[in-house]
Design a protein around this ligand. Structure first.
Ligand code: SF4
Length: 326
């Protein structure tokens, strides 16, 4: 099944003007693939996930955009366009499971709520217990009557994955699902998310700021900068030969365990992308990355670069004038 986001633009009304948080973002993906949505804080990653689910704040407006699920097209500018899909054909795993799970309801109540919308062939108690067991939660029968605060962060996130497993969605949005976890639990939770994909064949939009996690777990990558998608392609292609200077800069900032250490403090400093994200209320003309780009040349401050083919193959594109055919 083809799953795609087409021309999504989201604005937020603020006391100091309209913030254009997401501008004309299109993402194409195949059923069963995991696509990493990567960018700095404030790049619009989470806004995309919330817009697809119709969970944006009251001051947000979807200016344009559609969600394609197979042969169906959902116009995201209509309020509640995807309300019927929430918890059934689209599910979401949030960053902080303590705030996404309701503290006054037991784990059983959370799982039963999903089962009421997506009935199982098994009795509810059996289906709920099996879902907890399949995401690696020990003593699942006892866990059903516990409250979210009685579980560890990793277990709470496994409960969220179990809920997604019971919902059997076509599209799962995982919004920085491991940010609040330590690295060993992060690895376990990522494996559970991949297992979920393998079990039910859903497509996963994996929102993260970690290129390392994308490299390990994703098939495709979309790089966002200040609300615009600047590069998209297969992870192997983008990692081997990034087509956009921003992606290259992000990759060069990744810290690896075998990185050689210099002999003084300056050499040992972490690399950063110089400069800051632009004010999204006042988009600079031309290329959005131009104020921070060391390769900027004549057309960059004037002309918005279209998507050009990048080195990796047919599905690899980057919006950079350096990629313009000679
Ligand atoms: Fe840099 Fe120009 Fe490419 Fe933008 S279009 S990323 S400014 S080289």
């Amino acid at each position: 099944m083809r799953i795609a986001v087409e021309n999504l633009s989201v604005d937020f009304a603020t006391p100091t003007g309209t913030a254009h948080a997401v501008r004309d973002v299109s993402i194409a993906t195949e059923a069963g693939s995991i696509i990493g949505i990567v960018g700095e804080s404030g790049s619009g990653k989470s806004t995309i996930g919330l817009a697809l689910l119709g969970l944006l704040a009251d001051n947000a407006r979807v200016r344009s955009g559609a969600l394609i699920l197979g042969a169906e097209r959902f116009d995201l500018t209509r309020s509640n366009a995807t309300a019927e899909l929430r918890g059934t054909r689209i599910a979401m795993i949030f960053q902080d499971p303590l705030s996404s799970l309701n503290p006054v309801f037991t784990i059983r109540s959370h799982l039963y709520e999903v089962l009421r919308r997506r009935p199982s062939a098994l009795p509810m108690a059996k289906a709920a217990e099996e879902a907890l067991d399949s995401v690696g939660i020990d003593r699942p029968r006892q866990r059903l009557d516990q409250y979210p605060h009685e579980l560890s962060g990793g277990m709470r996130q496994r409960v969220a994955i179990a809920m997604a497993l019971l919902a059997r969605p076509h599209l799962l949005i995982a919004d920085e699902p491991t940010t609040a976890l330590d690295v060993t639990v992060e690895a376990q939770v990522m494996l559970e998310i991949r297992k979920l994909r393998d079990t039910i064949g859903c497509t996963i939009l994996f929102i993260t700021h970690s290129l390392g996690l994308v490299a390990q777990h994703c098939d495709d990558i979309a790089v966002l900068y200040a609300g615009e998608m600047v590069e998209q392609g297969k992870v192997v292609d983008v990692a081997a030969a990034p087509g956009h200077p921003y992606t290259a800069a992000l990759l060069s900032c990744e810290v690896t365990i075998d990185q050689p250490r210099g002999s003084n403090a300056i050499e040992n400093r972490f690399r950063v992308v110089p400069g800051e994200l632009p004010d999204i209320r006042h988009r600079p003309p031309g290329c959005i990355f131009q104020p921070r780009c060391e390769f900027a040349f004549a057309p960059c401050p004037v002309v918005v670069p279209p998507y050009y083919p990048a080195p990796g193959g047919a599905s690899h594109v980057a919006s950079c004038h350096l990629r313009a055919p000679a």
